[in-house]
Design a protein around this ligand. Structure first.
Ligand SMILES: [Fe+2]
Length: 377
């Protein structure tokens, strides 16, 4: 039905590509004036119902539903292109429990950087969102050795000592210092917490420059593991908003946005989200390990809309971001997911983007993930 609607509107202009797991994208690189409006009208004629729509930074987002599937339509202003994603089932919207028991907050995990079992002693990212209804969102989590500390935090901060509920576990990308804690947690502590969703953008091999992703975890392990445990995988789509108790999550970049360009490395496949904490009126930007070309793409897509109060520094303060990205986000506080030693090195070395971030903008606070679990909000 969707295919018919697309052909009727765009003729043979829409390129089709298969995404991971029965998701399909249609990409119209040079739509003719009025074609977007025509497509929207045709969608309704074909029986699709408008579920949501929004316009941000001149980009337009529509979500349509039918009984079987959800269709995401995006008009990317800077590219002048239309992207259409179709996938089975209902749209994911988060989980907003109106019964609140606390003010939502954010904690930066302490990685066990000194553990001899770790391959790398300076990376690893972990953030925990304590939601207002007593449940949690977890971002990445670091290595296997970090899972125990995470479980302890969740149990200590769960509402009335109940079994922790993780509304969503966001995996930014398929690198060991980001997914290993999740993997260990699911295999060893599955009965100790209720993991309701994992949010991860699994990028097919052919989307990578080399035609193959080196770190196979997302592609070969995660789908099977999640399925065996009954944890649904949510594929994030840029422009979408997920509502939780006291916190709103907005998807600002996924690897799929780069199409028809290829994804250079796993870092470039990072999903970037932003959290808005209602009680504190604060935003926190979480770009994972995005690289320079990807953050440049994000700046051209969102412009000033990227401005955020707090920013996780991409790729642990390694090469990653650009001056333009930092200028646009212009945060007051920055989070470095690395050791104190590496933090000092990275801001003092000739890495111009870090020097610029720390000295030329308005950063008043840098928090390094090497001092115990730290409450950020
Ligand atoms: Fe990393």
């Amino acid at each position: 039905m969707l295919q018919k609607c697309i052909v009727e509107t765009f003729g043979n202009l829409a390129k089709q590509r298969k995404c991971f797991s029965n998701r399909t994208e249609y990409y119209v690189e040079y739509p003719i004036s009025g074609q977007l409006e025509c497509f929207i009208t045709n969608m309704e004629t074909y029986g699709y119902k408008l579920f949501s729509s929004r316009t941000v930074a001149k980009n337009k987002y529509f979500v349509y539903t039918s009984e079987q599937e959800t269709v995401y339509v995006c008009y990317a202003f800077k590219l002048g292109a239309i992207r259409i994603f179709v996938q089975d089932g209902a749209p994911y919207v988060g989980y907003k429990d109106l019964c609140t028991v606390r003010t939502a907050g954010l904690t930066l995990m302490n990685m066990k950087y000194d553990d001899p079992c770790q391959v790398s002693h300076d990376n690893g990212l972990g953030l925990i969102v304590s939601l207002a209804d007593g449940s949690f969102i977890v971002y990445d989590g670091g290595y296997e050795v970090d899972a125990e500390g995470l479980l302890r935090f969740l149990e200590d901060n769960s509402h009335c000592g109940e079994k922790p509920v993780i509304r969503a576990w966001v995996l930014t990308h398929t690198h060991r210092d980001h997914y290993s804690c999740f993997d260990f947690f699911v295999r060893n502590y599955f009965d100790k917490a209720d993991i309701q969703n994992v949010i991860a953008c699994i990028v097919p091999d052919e989307a990578y420059v080399n035609g193959k992703v080196e770190d196979r975890y997302f592609n070969d392990v995660l789908p099977e593991l999640a399925h065996s445990k009954g944890i649904p995988i949510v594929f994030p789509i840029s422009g979408q908003i997920y509502e939780f108790s006291g916190v709103r999550m907005e998807v600002l970049h996924t690897a799929e946005d780069l199409y028809p360009l290829h994804v250079a490395t796993e870092n470039h496949s990072s999903t970037m989200t932003r959290l808005y904490f209602e009680a504190q009126d604060k935003t926190v930007l979480i770009p994972g390990d995005l690289g320079r070309s990807s953050v440049t793409f994000a700046v051209s897509t969102w412009g000033d809309y990227l401005k955020s109060d707090i920013m996780q520094v991409p790729h642990h303060g390694h090469s990653g971001a650009t001056k333009e990205f930092y200028y646009t986000v212009n945060p007051q506080s920055v989070l470095f997911a690395t050791t104190n030693e590496h933090y000092k090195c990275r801001i003092q070395s000739n890495e111009a983007w870090n020097h610029y971030l720390m000295n030329n903008l308005n950063v008043s606070e840098a928090i390094v993930a090497d001092c115990g679990y730290q409450k950020i909000l």
